[in-house]
Design a protein around this ligand. Structure first.
Ligand SMILES: C[S@@+](CC[C@H](N)C(=O)[O-])C[C@H]1O[C@@H](n2cnc3c(N)ncnc32)[C@H](O)[C@@H]1O
Length: 378
């Protein structure tokens, strides 16, 4: 029997991508959408949850709320957690883990709060069956999420399992690869409509190129991914999941009018990019070549550059300011009528570009504060 229940979900994302994620979940039929910090909450049935997992490019994972309560002490957290009918979520023979996000003066020791939650869950099973499911931190069947804000505790189950940036196409990386969710978000923040060329001149392992191609062609972000945690949920509806996949795949457009191009100065990275492009099934859609971007030209064409140059963090560059100055000069001289987006975490070097940005977005790459800056070139 199909499950028509309306559930409460939270989709997590990176700082700066919340609005894009909100529009993505709106498009797939979610309701009651709220923008939070590095997350978006929404309501929907399991079809919305399947679609969010399959189609939301900027979601890191989709949590489904189990329950919410107030706890003024760790004992209260334990008692209320133990009252949940865990049978609905975890089978005895399955493994689980507990993830936590805690902002609270009362539950200050987040490790302890997570431990109390685990104890309550285990005691629920021990008292009922004299047996218990085991903890597996690395690869659990079910991930439980404990969120505490003050005294408000929310327990959720992760419907995705492995984080959704694990798209399934990346075989190899360079020294400083962008996260796939961040790369998709960066492309979605650009004005990519009505262009003839999309060019990442410093493509590294090709993440921006692959995510861009998938956006332009409407290829679902989880197209190459086999496993989702919800496959092991008791209400898993195989037919509905297949319908969601079929419908999304019908929207794939293989006839895109623009050309997607990538270059990098390192031969080894071009090889890696080619491997990843192949794995993503995009060999006929992206052209890559080893090239130094500096002093290149692309005349009589109109296009968009989106790139993530070295920041001098993971990739040490001899003279980072000089590289950014040369990039600015190249953009000015060789790319008239193009728009250029530079994503960088080196605010100082960015000044050396010598162009005035017409748009700025603040983002983070891991812990590094970054900016995505747009330059209109004429
Ligand atoms: C931060 S990495 C890009 C990572 C990429 N976004 C990814 O996801 O793998 C910066 C890249 O710029 C390349 N690079 C540096 N100087 C260059 C130049 N003058 N021309 C072309 N590529 C260059 C480096 O080889 C490196 O792969």
């Amino acid at each position: 029997m199909s499950d028509n229940t309306i559930y409460q979900f939270t989709a997590k994302t990176f700082h700066g991508l919340e609005k894009i994620l909100a529009s993505e979940v709106k498009k797939i039929g979610a309701s009651d959408i709220k923008i939070l910090t590095r997350a978006v909450s929404f309501k929907g049935d399991i079809e919305v949850m399947y679609r969010a997992n399959y189609e939301a490019r900027t979601a890191l994972n989709i949590l489904q709320k189990i329950t919410e309560f107030t706890a003024n002490s760790s004992d209260e957290l334990y008692e209320k957690t133990k009252k949940i009918n865990w049978d609905d979520f975890i089978k005895l023979e399955e493994t689980f883990s507990i993830d936590k996000t805690i902002h609270s003066n009362i539950h200050k020791h987040s490790q302890f709060a997570a431990l109390k939650t685990k104890d309550a869950l285990v005691d629920f099973y021990n008292e009922k069956y004299q047996k218990r499911p085991s903890v597996n931190i690395k690869s659990p069947d079910k991930k439980i999420n404990l969120h505490i804000n003050g005294t408000k505790c929310t327990l959720s189950i992760d419907t995705s399992g492995d984080a959704l940036f694990k798209r399934g196409y990346r075989k190899d990386t360079g020294p400083a690869p962008l996260n796939e969710v961040l790369a998709a978000g960066i492309v979605m923040l650009t004005d990519y409509k009505n262009i003839d060329y999309f060019y990442d001149p410093m493509c590294g392992s090709g993440t921006i190129l692959i995510e861009a191609a998938r956006i332009f062609m409407n290829i679902p972000p989880a197209y190459n991914r086999q496993k989702f945690a919800f496959h092991k949920f008791s209400n898993y509806d195989y037919q509905l999941w297949n319908k969601v996949k079929r419908e999304a795949e019908k929207r794939i457009n293989k006839e895109i009018p623009l050309k997607i191009i990538g270059t990098d100065i390192e031969d080894e990275l071009i090889k890696i990019t080619r491997k990843n492009i192949s794995e993503a099934g995009l060999r006929n859609y992206i052209i890559v070549q080893r090239k130094n971007f500096i002093n290149t030209k692309f005349e009589n064409k109109k296009g968009l550059i989106v790139t993530n140059p070295p920041y001098d963090e993971r990739i040490k560059s001899l003279d980072i300011n000089n590289l950014y100055k040369d990039m600015g000069d190249t953009l000015k001289k060789g790319y008239k009528n193009w728009s250029g987006y530079i994503f960088s975490g080196n605010m100082n070097a960015i000044k050396s570009i010598g162009l005035k940005p017409s748009q700025k977005h603040q983002l983070f790459n891991g812990k590094i504060e970054c900016k995505l800056l747009k330059y209109d070139l004429y």
